[in-house]
Structures are given as structure tokens and as C-alpha cells.
Design a protein around this ligand. Structure first.
Ligand code: GLP
Length: 242
């Protein structure tokens, strides 16, 4: 595992974007695993800049997003689908048919989730998976639990997550209580994982993660310690308790 501590959010984002850019340049048909939340926005902005100013080419890249709120339509401004188009896809030359984001409105969720994992496999698996981290250690929407589900699945969000994510909604009551998320197995199958953490509110979970010598499903991100190619990039605030 490689750990980088960067001065601030902007430096963290630039470092992450550089890693992305290197991978795409080496393998133009890279299969990207993408994340939402406030953490990756700066990375996406930097990738957009590299596309516009340096010609970084996404025309052959394929993307799979980690998760989507269940019950939100893709054109709902709070949906992760909307977020991804606003913050990245509308501004780079990725082909819309190469973009995959879980559909929050499917009725046969079980079949749909199985197909989502099969589709990832069809492309040869995820080459580079970007992750943020929840304050409770969740990745994607794999929440702390006795057991974690391997594949893509429908899950209940914890109170912690609903509270943390309510800042994007008018009130906590509006936050969906369920989501479709790639499972811990789908994430661990990625060839390379890049986890970003920024800000004081991530300091406690990052210290817990990096100072611990056990893995536990109670801190889903701790399972990443078993992965052979993980890079963690934090800013100084997120690293302040490590
Ligand atoms: C959400 C997403 C996660 C994300 C987390 C942290 O719950 N499902 O993928 O990592 O929030 O979000 P933020 O980056 O805004 O702190």
C-alpha cells in the first residue's frame, strides 16, 4: 500500500488526477471505477482541465460507477447519475454508451445487480477504482455490518450516512434510505484502487484505518488492506490524527 499526504484538497486532487491520466495514457481503453461525493470533485475538475488543455483522451475509456440512490431517477439533481454528468462526463469526450451507473429505478433489483457485475466482467474488470470514504468507513455504500455482500446489491443506508449525506438535500427526510452499490467483492476485484480522503471530518476514520492491525467488516475500508495495489492520498487535515 502506498500512502501520500498532500498539503491540501487541491494538491490531493492533482495527485489523484495525475495517476488517472498516467493510466489512461498507458491504456486508452481503461475501465474506470468512479465515485461520487464531494471528495472526487477536484480530481474530476483536474481531469477536465487535462482534457481541455492537454488533450487527455477519454474516447476509448469505459466507466462503472460505484453506487446510486435507490428511488431516484437519473435526471434527479440529487442522483449520482446527474452528479457524474455535471461534474465529469459532460466535459470530457467519454462516449455515453461507455458510461455505466446503477439505475436507481429498476424493479427487479436482484437480476439488475447481477447483470451490472457481469457487464464489468465483460470489459475485463475494473482497471482503476477511485474511492472516497464515509465517516464510518463505508466505501461505495458498503456500510459497517456483521457481514458484507460481495456483489452489486441493494442496501439500507445507516443513520450516520443519511445524516452525513443530508448536506446535499434540503432535509435529512429527503435522503433516500436505500442505495444500489457495488459490493466489497466487486471493489476488491479492481486491479488498482485509489482512495482519497480530505478534511478534518475524515481524520478519525483515516487514523482508525491506518493505525489498525486488523481488518473488520465494521470498517469496510479496512478490507482494502488485503488488496495488492492500493494507493491512499490524503490531505494534511485528513492525515492529522494518523
Ligand atoms: C457517499 C458515497 C461514497 C463516498 C462517501 C463520502 O456515501 N456513496 O462513495 O465516498 O459518500 O462522501 P464525501 O466525499 O462527500 O465525504
Amino acid at each position: 500500500m502506498q500512502v501520500f499526504i498532500e498539503k491540501d484538497y487541491s494538491a490531493m486532487s492533482k495527485k489523484a488526477a495525475q495517476i488517472f491520466a498516467n493510466e489512461i495514457q498507458q491504456k486508452p481503453d481503461l475501465v474506470l471505477g468512479l465515485a461520487t461525493g464531494s471528495t472526487p470533485i477536484g480530481t474530476y475538475q483536474e481531469l477536465i482541465r487535462m482534457h481541455k488543455e492537454e488533450g487527455l483522451d477519454f474516447s476509448k475509456a469505459v466507466s462503472f460507477n460505484l453506487d446510486e440512490y435507490y428511488g431516484l431517477a437519473s435526471d434527479n439533481p440529487q442522483s449520482y447519475n446527474y452528479f457524474m454528468f455535471e461534474n465529469l462526463f459532460n466535459h470530457v469526450n467519454i462516449k455515453k454508451e461507455n458510461v455505466h451507473i446503477p439505475n436507481g429505478l429498476v424493479s427487479d433489483v436482484e437480476t439488475y445487480c447481477k447483470q451490472y457485475d457481469e457487464e464489468i466482467e465483460k470489459y475485463g474488470g475494473i482497471d482503476l477504482q477511485l474511492l472516497g470514504i464515509g465517516v464510518n468507513g463505508h466505501i461505495g455504500f458498503n456500510e459497517p455490518a456483521e457481514e458484507l455482500v460481495l456483489g452489486t446489491h441493494l442496501t439500507d443506508l445507516t443513520e450516520d450516512t443519511i445524516k452525513a449525506n443530508s448536506r446535499f438535500f434540503d432535509s435529512p427526510e429527503e435522503v433516500p434510505t436505500k442505495a444500489i452499490t457495488m459490493g466489497i467483492g466487486s471493489i476488491m476485484k479492481a486491479k488498482k484502487i485509489l482512495l482519497l480522503a480530505s478534511g478534518k471530518n475524515k481524520a478519525e476514520i483515516m487514523a482508525k484505518l491506518l493505525n489498525s492491525d486488523v481488518v473488520t467488516t465494521k470498517v469496510p475500508a479496512s478490507l482494502l488492506m488485503l488488496h495488492p495495489d492500493v494507493t491512499i492520498i490524503m490531505d494534511e487535515e485528513a492525515a492529522s490524527l494518523c
